[in-house]
Design a protein around this ligand. Structure first.
Ligand code: ASP
Ligand code: MG
Length: 484
């Protein structure tokens, strides 16, 4: 059995949904042609069948979230507009791809009910004047609850036996609304009960990405971009032979092609590498996607709905080639570098602990830390949006040390970018860091700070926004990532 996840752009228009249906039908034929070696009905490598996981149509989740937020602020126009606009957008596709009048009417009623419910929710948000994370999860999951039944019906119109399934019935999570964590035990049991009989009778389940529910049935979401993660969770639960992530690019690229002209798609990557790339801003996969796949060693594949003949990128535990050590470069932007410095810090225990305690209390995300061995300074990087609050918290936490000049300065540098150089083959390969830095040095690019994770699959450099693109191009060139 394989899992095929289609992202927002893949289901964004009538044409793309038509391509998706074609891709699924082909895959199903291929799967069916494989003789099932294990006929004991257990899921696994040899069981045939296809499961589809789908995102909301592109832009829909943003529209829903915006509608809920403006509703909380008392503005009712956006959610009313959203309701009618979303109804039309889904109905147009249904009208163009589904001929059967009965099927189309049923789908129309489903859209209408869902959107009526959405409007009702927004109205109560306006009345309360408050939007909770729990409420937001109900609203933001509406897009998948429209796109998945639509795609299921389009598949049926093409002669594929497909059935819509709400992931609220399958993915059981904790109650961390907004980025809920799947509980694998109950999720596994639900998936087996609900999906195996469908797969065994040749039905393609079409499951909503992004959403889940608590054990008590309260709707949750897995975080923005979480449909990839949904696919991996479902694939792991049923021990899929492969988890395919269908998107709008030819797989995972060596760098952002808008910055590096000769960036290219990579044939293979390891779970570790893709996790590093996702963490450092490459918009390839939700950062948690590899996690469920790793334990069961299920290969992931990133493919292009708009160029289905391209083999894309295969993501496995261990790749065959470890070229150059460096495989890809990515960047996280809009960051601020904060530096705490002072001679009084030398040898004083607990400064680092207190620093990060103060930062944690602001719920700020620290992307990188570095401390020189002289101990005269600690520097770390946080998102720009959290910078002011973090500095205020630090000034308060170290008020006494600042007054006594044990700490001389809490400085901050905006317009910071972290450039992350990634490749598992850097492990134990000497000289990579030197090549990175000489490439930058030759072009006069100043590196403000560096860090290497202990995984050694990543070297991160802090540079100014103004030189970030040049830095990426320089490293890409030096390691000749543009050629196979
Ligand atoms: N529709 C959700 C989002 O936009 C989930 C996804 O696309 O993966 O965040
Ligand atoms: Mg998406």
């Amino acid at each position: 059995m394989i899992v095929m996840k289609f992202g927002g752009t893949s289901v964004g228009t009538t044409d793309s949904i038509g391509s998706v249906a074609q891709i699924v039908a082909c895959a199903l034929e291929k799967q069916a042609a494989r003789a099932p070696a294990a006929s004991d009905g257990e899921p696994g490598e040899d069981s045939p069948g296809v499961m589809v996981v789908v995102s909301a149509m592109s832009g829909v989740t943003n529209t829903l979230i915006d509608a809920a937020q403006t509703a909380a602020a008392g503005d009712e126009t956006p959610y009313r507009d959203a309701r009618s606009q979303l109804l039309v957008r889904h109905q147009v596709v249904a009208g163009q791809l589904i001929e059967d009048g009965v099927e189309r009417a049923a789908l129309g009623r489903l859209f209408d009910n869902r959107l009526r419910e959405f409007e009702r929710l927004c109205r109560s948000i306006t009345v309360l004047g408050e939007l909770t994370q729990r409420g937001l999860d109900v609203v933001s999951g509406v897009g998948e609850r429209l796109s998945a039944p639509l795609l299921a019906a389009v598949l049926r119109a093409r002669g594929v036996k497909a059935q819509f399934v709400d992931a609220g019935e399958l993915i059981i999570t904790d109650d961390q609304y907004g980025s809920a964590n799947p509980l694998m035990g109950p999720t596994l049991a639900r998936c087996r009960d609900r999906l195996l009989p469908m797969l065994q009778s040749g039905v393609v389940p079409v499951v909503t990405g992004f959403v889940g529910a608590t054990e008590n049935g309260v709707p949750t979401t897995l975080g923005r971009g979480g449909s990839d993660y949904s696919a991996a969770v479902l694939g792991a639960a049923l021990d899929a032979a492969e988890i395919q992530i269908w998107t709008d690019v030819d797989g995972v690229m060596t760098a952002d092609p808008r910055i590096v002209a000769n960036a290219r798609s990579m044939a293979e990557l390891s779970y570790e590498e893709v996790a590093e790339l996702a963490y450092y801003g490459a918009k390839v996969l939700h950062p948690k996607t590899a996690t469920p796949a790793v334990d069961r060693k299920i290969p992931l594949r990133v493919l292009n709905t708009f160029n289905p003949g391209h083999p894309g990128t295969r993501i496995v535990e261990r790749t065959r080639e470890l070229r150059h050590g460096v495989k890809a470069i990515t960047a996280v932007r809009d960051l601020r570098l904060i530096t705490i410095s002072g001679r009084g810090m030398i040898g004083v225990p607990g400064i680092a602990a207190r620093t990060f305690d103060a930062v944690a209390r602001q719920h700020a995300n620290v992307l990188m830390i570095s401390q020189g061995s002289s101990e005269q300074s600690i520097c770390f990087v946080v998102p720009e949006s959290e910078g002011e609050a973090v500095i205020a918290a630090l000034k308060e936490a170290f008020a006494r040390e600042l007054a006594q000049q044990m700490i001389e300065e809490i400085a901050s540098q905006p317009d910071i970018v972290i450039v992350a150089v990634i490749g598992a083959g850097m492990k134990g390969t000497p000289g990579i860091a030197a090549r990175v830095f000489s490439a930058l040095g030759e072009r006069g690019i100043n590196v403000i700070a560096i860090a290497q994770g202990s995984s050694e699959a990543n070297i991160s450099l802090v540079v100014l926004q103004a030189s970030a693109d040049d830095a990426i191009r320089a490293i890409h060139d030096t390691f000749e990532l543009g050629t196979e």
